[in-house]
Write a protein that binds this ligand. Structure first.
Ligand code: GTP
Ligand code: GTP
Ligand code: MG
Ligand code: MG
Ligand code: ZN
Ligand code: ZN
Lengths: 210, 210
């Protein structure tokens, strides 16, 4: 609570910093392996030349994800949280200043794979975006309601696997709406690119508002 | 740290309680949707009539998992942690006394879906067991080393999907061994029952040691 208050003060300052320089900051959350990095890779490659994208990567250990992001063509900073289970506003403040994102750019933050703790830590983002995959089970929104209530967009990833696992899209959508009636839902495959365009269009629309 | 010390004292008392009454307690951890509940369902059905199994279910919200466990034929208590991201020893102490497991039985604890925080909270179990699925990506052991170091057995689940997603078993095994050279690894499918027998044999072997 004192920890949260301290974090939120720094988050608010980050929020002002991003707004002041016209940068759209987005906080991507999901369970481990739902496809956050794959989505960022696909996004960066599809938007190459159209918009500057910089990335803050959060993981307990390794720079695997930051390496993948750079290979895709965007600048990235990897934060290792060690035993920590979520990024915090002070880590993002430091990384954002090092990345020095230009006006009109996108700063995409990939949080530690965790459907619980990141919900409670504001980083100063314009919005949180959840990624859920067809292989995790349709009940995850009900079981982790704090996270699904904290986001404005839910991306259902790995749609290419949906038939293989008998994914029930209607039930998953209903479960998301139960905990967050206002959340937007986009179904796509980061791997095949199926419906990626809907996400890219929405992203550029959000950028247009900064 | 003071919180952890308090938890660990209660955990030690739980450990003695389980040993005193000859109950094997196991703490199952994984990311959301890796298949912990599916594995417990398959285990309970396969061992019906051979051994008494009771289950402590941990989730932020809902009793979905406890309902599934009861439908499979075992007594279960559902703990809802609310905003909490991991079970704690005092919750387990209370639930275990309510379940009143008999000597020679198995007490299976399904932790909140989270590859980070549960690693730090001893519940008094004989061992932690991680479940990782073929759909999450082979690098999870490297990226969440604290959890993979805290377990004695790693179950690679959803082997039925391995060919569909190009799962690289050799790489996954190597990654597990990098962070935890002593961990046992069992590949199976909770859904199809493929190689479930190896897990059941190991489980009964562990029970034989209490
Ligand atoms: N079939 C399929 N596989 C995918 C898709 N997106 C990601 N994957 C696979 O899922 C696994 C995990 O993908 P990542 O992008 O590493 O997931 P992540 O959410 O970034 O994982 P963490 O950062 O560790 O939490 C990898 O093996 C990917 O190739 C998809 O749309 N379809
Ligand atoms: N194909 C396949 N699907 C599986 C397997 N095991 C589980 N699933 C599916 O994976 C999804 C998640 O399974 P659960 O058993 O709910 O996973 P969990 O780890 O208990 O999830 P949480 O308790 O919410 O963290 C469900 O749709 C299951 O049917 C398996 O071996 N193969
Ligand atoms: Mg990633
Ligand atoms: Mg479960
Ligand atoms: Zn946490
Ligand atoms: Zn935690």
């Amino acid at each position: 609570t004192a920890i949260l208050a301290k974090n939120d003060a720094i988050a608010e300052r980050n929020r002002g910093w991003f707004e002041g320089r016209g940068v759209l900051a987005l906080n991507f959350v999901s369970s481990p392996g739902a496809g956050k990095t794959a989505l960022l890779e696909a996004t960066i490659k599809a938007l190459a030349g159209q918009v500057v994208i910089t990335v803050i990567e959060g993981d307990q250990m390794t720079s695997n994800d930051a390496d993948r992001i750079r290979a895709a063509g965007a600048a990235a900073i990897q934060i290792n949280t060690g035993a920590g289970c979520h990024l915090e506003a002070d880590m993002v403040a430091e990384a954002a200043r090092a990345l020095d994102p230009p006006p009109g750019s996108l700063l995409l933050i990939e949080n530690v794979g965790n459907l619980v703790c990141p919900a409670m830590f504001d980083l100063g983002e314009a919005m949180k975006i959840a990624v859920i995959s067809t292989t995790e089970g349709e009940d995850k929104p009900l079981k982790y309601p704090h996270m699904f209530r904290a986001v404005q967009i839910v991306i259902i990833n790995k749609m290419d696997l949906a038939p293989h696992v008998g994914f029930d899209e209607a039930t998953c959508r209903a479960n998301i709406r139960t905990v967050n009636p206002d959340a937007e839902i986009i179904c796509l495959s980061a791997k095949t690119g199926q419906n990626l365009k809907s996400w890219l269009d929405r992203l550029m629309e959000l950028r247009g508002t900064i």
